[in-house]
Design a protein around this ligand. Structure first.
Ligand SMILES: C[S@@+](CC[C@H](N)C(=O)[O-])C[C@H]1O[C@@H](n2cnc3c(N)ncnc32)[C@H](O)[C@@H]1O
Length: 413
C-alpha cells in the first residue's frame, strides 16, 4: 500500500480536484494577431488569411463544443478576407483584475441519477430554477433542449450533479448545435447568419464570451472605445439581481458589478448586429458558478430563423421586441451606451460648472492682462474639448440600418 493515498471522493472534493479551468485576462494570447497584423495588408486579404481565421475558430473551440458545426467566413461585399485580427477567438470568460474566480464553494448539485425528471420533487436544480419561474412547469428547456421562455435566469445542472451528461437540463454546456457563419453585410460591418437549415425557436446559439471585468474597468474601457466608435461591452445587469430570492427588493441600491468586454477576446456572438425586429434574445445562465452576479450571457433564438437569415438581437433590450405573450419580456439589457452616455453627460456637466466658476472669478477679480489671457486660453481649450467630445459622440452613435419594417432608423451605438 506504500505511496497509495485513499481519499474520500465527496462531490466537493471531486470538484476541488477536477475544478474547471479558470481563464485570466492577463494570459490572453495575442501572438497570432500580432503576426497577422505585422503582415502586408495584401496577405491579410488573401484566401490563406481566411483559411487561417476559420482554422483558429475551430481549433480554439473544438474542446468545449465538439459537436458545433464549423463556422465559415463569407464576404461577397468587398475584399476583406476576414474581420480584423484584433481578438482572441474563444468561448471562455477571461477573468480580469479584481474579478473573483467562479464560486464553487457554494455551488450545489442535485442528487438525481440518470436524467433529471422535470416532474421531480427532489431535484435541487429544478427547485432552484423555480424560485424565478414558478409558473413554468419543469425545467426551462423542453425535451428537445429548446428554451421555453425568455427573461428568466437559467440554472443548468453542474459538475456536482449526479445526473448524466446528456440530462435535459444541460444545454448551454453542450455547445452550439446549429450552423452559423460570419458574413459581411452591406451597411453594418460583419454579421452572423444562419446556414442552409432553419434554426428553430428557443435554440441555443452561443455564449457572449470575452473578458469578465469589474464595472470600474468597464467605465475606463468605454471611454477609450468611444474614441473609435465601436464597443463590445455588455453590463451584467439582469432584473432579478435587484431582488432577493424571495422576490423582495434588496436593501440599498443594487449596482452593476461586472461587465463583459468582447473586444480583445470573444467568439462569433461579438458580430451579432442590432435589429429593431430581432430573432435572438440574451438570457443569463449559471452552470459551475454560485455567484449570482456572474452569469454567462447566452443567446437563444426567439423565433424560427429562416435559412441564411441574419441572426440579430436588440441592443436596447426592448421588451416589445418579443411578440409572444407567453414569453416574459426581456427586462435585462440596458442599451450598451447607457453607461457611456451618463459618463459623457457627467464630464460635460463637470466641464461646464468649472468653466462658469472660472469666468465668474475672472469677472470679479479683474486680474491683470496676463491672467486674463491665461483664462481665455483655458476657455478655448475647453471649448475645443467639448467640440471633440461632440465629434466622438456623433461618430459613436450610428443610425440603425437593420432594415426591419418597424425600424425608424434611430440612433444607437
Ligand atoms: C458589437 S458590433 C457588431 C459587429 C459589427 N458589425 C462588426 O463588424 O464588428 C456593433 C457595431 O456594429 C454596427 N451595427 C450593428 N447593428 C447595426 C445596425 N442595425 N445598423 C447599423 N450599424 C449596426 C455598428 O457599427 C455598431 O457599433
Amino acid at each position: 500500500m506504500d505511496g497509495l493515498r485513499i481519499i474520500s471522493l465527496t462531490p466537493a472534493r471531486l470538484l476541488h480536484e477536477f475544478a474547471p479551468k479558470v481563464y485570466y485576462a492577463k494570459d490572453l494570447p495575442h501572438t497570432l494577431q500580432d503576426r497577422m497584423n505585422a503582415m502586408d495588408r495584401y496577405y491579410r486579404k488573401t484566401e490563406m488569411a481566411r483559411t487561417v481565421f476559420e482554422a483558429v475558430i475551430f481549433e480554439n473551440t473544438a474542446e468545449d463544443e465538439p459537436d458545433a458545426p464549423r463556422i465559415q467566413i463569407i464576404n461577397d461585399i468587398d475584399d476583406d478576407a476576414t474581420p480584423a485580427w484584433e481578438f482572441h477567438y474563444s468561448n471562455q470568460m477571461w477573468h480580469g483584475e479584481d474579478v473573483p474566480p467562479p464560486d464553487l464553494a457554494n455551488l450545489r448539485g442535485c442528487d438525481c441519477r440518470g436524467h433529471c425528471d422535470p416532474r421531480s420533487k427532489t431535484c435541487s436544480c429544478l427547485r432552484r430554477q423555480h424560485i424565478y419561474n414558478k409558473d413554468i412547469p419543469g425545467f426551462l428547456y423542453d425535451d428537445r433542449g429548446r428554451l421555453k421562455a425568455h427573461g428568466y435566469p437559467i440554472f443548468e445542472c453542474n459538475d456536482l450533479c449526479g445526473c448524466l451528461e446528456d440530462c435535459r437540463n444541460r444545454v448551454v454546456q453542450q455547445g452550439r448545435q446549429h450552423i452559423v457563419n460570419i458574413r459581411k453585410t452591406e451597411h453594418k460591418g460583419w454579421g452572423v447568419f444562419a446556414g442552409p437549415r432553419k434554426i428553430p425557436r428557443g435554440s441555443f446559439i452561443g455564449i457572449y464570451a470575452g473578458e469578465l471585468l469589474t464595472d470600474k474597468e468597464g467605465d475606463t474601457r468605454g471611454l477609450k472605445y468611444n474614441k473609435f466608435g465601436r464597443t463590445y461591452l455588455f453590463d451584467l445587469d439582469f432584473w432579478y439581481l435587484e431582488n432577493n430570492e424571495d422576490g423582495s427588493k434588496k436593501s440599498g441600491e443594487w449596482e452593476t458589478q461586472f461587465v463583459v468586454d468582447a473586444y480583445h477576446a470573444g467568439n462569433f456572438t461579438r458580430f451579432l448586429n442590432h435589429s429593431c425586429d430581432p430573432n435572438c434574445v440574451m438570457n443569463a445562465c449559471y452552470i459551475n458558478e454560485a455567484n449570482l452576479e456572474k452569469p454567462l450571457l447566452t443567446f437563444f433564438t426567439s423565433r424560427d430563423v429562416l435559412p441564411f437569415e441574419e441572426l440579430t438581437f436588440s441592443y436596447t433590450g426592448d421588451p416589445d421586441s418579443d411578440d409572444d405573450d407567453a414569453v416574459a419580456p426581456v427586462r435585462t439589457q440596458k442599451p450598451q451606451y447607457d453607461i457611456f452616455w451618463i459618463i459623457y453627460q457627467d464630464d460635460k456637466k463637470g466641464a461646464n460648472s468649472k468653466k462658469s466658476a472660472e469666468s465668474k472669478k475672472a469677472a470679479e477679480s479683474k486680474k491683470a492682462a496676463e491672467s486674463k489671457k491665461a483664462a481665455e486660453s483655458k476657455k478655448a481649450a475647453e471649448s475645443k474639448k467639448a467640440a471633440e467630445a461632440k465629434e466622438v459622440r456623433d461618430a459613436v452613435y450610428a443610425a440603425c440600418r437593420c432594415g426591419a419594417p418597424n425600424c425608424k432608423g434611430e440612433m444607437f451605438r
